[in-house]
Design a protein around this ligand. Structure first.
Ligand code: ADP
Ligand code: MG
Length: 271
């Protein structure tokens, strides 16, 4: 699904990602661990082109999305991202947060279909004719319904009209996760999704992530939650100083870390 080929990223003369090559298959749950500053967030941000690689390729379903001539927006819709600090829109309600992107995407499609129909009627046949184009109002109603189904899934339907500032961290992060799901992404990237949460809220977020894992969602997760890695990962990768130093199945990884650097890191986090 994603082939990263010799990915390098520098900020000025700071070489942050060093020749990373890795493949992420559909249905995999890859957990990335490693010390602070090792380049984990930068790697995730390169996967969905929030950062432009300095060199190398990020091939998503056969297309090098690191190529600046590719329309990256269509790919960003297919690659979800969940952040440490939730990144909800604080001036929008929970429902609006979830609906907004799916609504805008559908509306854009609707406008394109209308335009194509117009050219079709002019006899320019290369534009396919679309029957029954929904109105903006229809799209809004449909996206609202879909958002409510997702809110019900996490038991927060009564928060639909609340603003994010009134929610707990655990609720915010679960909403950020279903907001990402509302786009029907093919893969979701998680950057330390539980690191900003009070300890008592970590569990509810990990539970939702484990549910997604059980549904075979493709996930790339940067986390310090070793329990999640053991339970839900298909593969664990240890990053250090801009390189992927070690990777293995969770069972092997935790039982037999190979490098001294990885052993040392694990001895600190597995207390
Ligand atoms: P991690 O997520 O593993 O803690 P990051 O990917 O956030 O690591 O950062 C790796 C290194 O890149 C750090 O030294 C950080 O300071 C640097 N870095 C990250 N983003 C930027 C940026 N936008 N500009 C300059 N340096 C950056
Ligand atoms: Mg980080």
């Amino acid at each position: 699904m994603i082939d990263v080929v010799k990915l390098n990223k520098s900020f000025g003369d700071h070489h942050v990602l060093k020749d990373i090559s890795v493949t992420i298959e559909k249905g995999e749950r890859v957990v990335i661990i490693g010390p602070s500053g090792s380049g984990k967030s930068t790697f995730l941000r390169c996967l969905n082109c929030m950062e432009d690689p300095t060199s190398g390729q990020v091939i998503f379903e056969g297309v090098n999305i690191a190529d600046l001539s590719v329309n990256i927006n269509t790919y960003r819709e297919r690659i979800g991202m969940v952040f440490q600090h939730f990144n909800l829109f604080n001036n929008k309600t929970v429902l609006e947060n979830i609906m907004l992107s799916p609504y805008l995407v559908e509306k854009k499609k609707m406008k394109k279909a209308k335009k194509d129909n117009f050219f079709h009627k002019l006899g320019m046949k290369k534009h396919p004719y679309t029957e029954n184009i929904p109105s903006a109002k229809d799209i809004k109603a449909q996206k609202k319904e879909e958002a409510m189904v997702l809110l019900k899934r996490i038991g927060l339907e009564e928060k639909a009209n609340a603003y994010p500032s009134t929610l707990s961290g655990g609720q915010k992060q679960r909403i950020a996760i279903i907001r990402s799901l509302a786009m029907h992404p093919e893969v979701i990237l998680f950057d330390e999704p539980t690191s900003a949460l009070d300890p008592e809220m970590v569990g509810e977020v990990l539970e939702l992530m484990k549910e997604l894992a059980e549904e075979n969602m493709t996930m790339v997760v940067v986390t310090h939650e070793m329990g999640f890695a053991k339970e839900a990962a298909t593969r664990v990768i240890f990053m250090d100083d801009g390189r992927m130093v070690e990777e293995n199945t969770p069972a092997e990884f935790f039982l037999n870390p190979k490098t001294d650097r990885c052993k040392e890191f694990l001895s600190k986090v597995l207390v």
